[in-house]
Design a protein around this ligand. Structure first.
Ligand code: GDP
Length: 177
């Protein structure tokens, strides 16, 4: 059965990055536990969460790392990126700054992560459409130029969170297998 370590075919490390408060912890808990916690940061000290799923008949354990607030001090270390096969790069669609910093995060990935890392650009908090400050087209253009997958999600409603992670994990599978 799923959960039985002995039948796991692959373990994929995925890192979640982006500015502080864009929703990294909440997107992660939506995907791994189908939860949204109003009192955030209950995960302090927890380095990663996992979810086991099946892709093309293979049992894959996604080991998804959270920065645990390190990004606030620009202290995300190369150890964080080591061995990562995928990255979820989040911004907040209501915070223009968080999108303007995405290029810097891509540079950080190119500098510290493996060349073949699969990157998904995620515009989070689409439930706050009335406060949108980043048009989808801007992100689509950036993602196309940089060769990134692009999704808009809401950790609050769960909208597109599964789709984004599944796409990323399927791409990793096609790269490494
Ligand atoms: P992190 O610092 O990037 O890990 O961000 P958090 O996951 O701690 O989220 C920052 C704040 O945004 C918290 O108050 C969350 O409740 C809120 N938040 C996260 N995701 C969403 C979302 O999809 N929609 C809304 N409305 N709020 C969100």
């Amino acid at each position: 059965a799923v959960g039985d370590e002995s039948i796991i075919d692959y373990v994929y490390k995925v890192v979640v990055i982006g500015d502080s408060a864009v929703g990294k912890t909440q997107v992660l808990s939506r995907f791994t536990r189908n939860e949204f916690c109003l009192d955030s940061k209950s995960t302090i000290g927890v380095e990663f969460q996992t979810r086991t799923l099946t892709i093309q008949s293979k049992v894959i354990k996604a080991q998804i790392w959270d920065t645990a607030g390190q990004e606030r001090y620009r202290a995300v270390t190369s150890a964080y990126y080591r061995g990562a096969l995928g990255a979820m790069l989040l911004y907040d669609i209501t915070k223009r700054d968080s999108f303007d910093h995405v290029a810097r995060w891509v540079e950080e990935l190119r500098a510290h992560a493996d060349n073949s890392i699969v990157i998904a650009l995620i515009g989070n908090k689409v439930d706050l459409e009335d406060k949108r400050a980043v048009p989808s087209e801007d992100a689509v253009e950036f993602a196309e130029n940089q060769g990134l997958y692009f999704f808009e999600t809401s950790a609050l409603t769960g909208d597109n969170v599964e789709a984004a992670f599944f796409k990323l994990l399927e791409e990793i599978y096609s790269v490494v297998s």
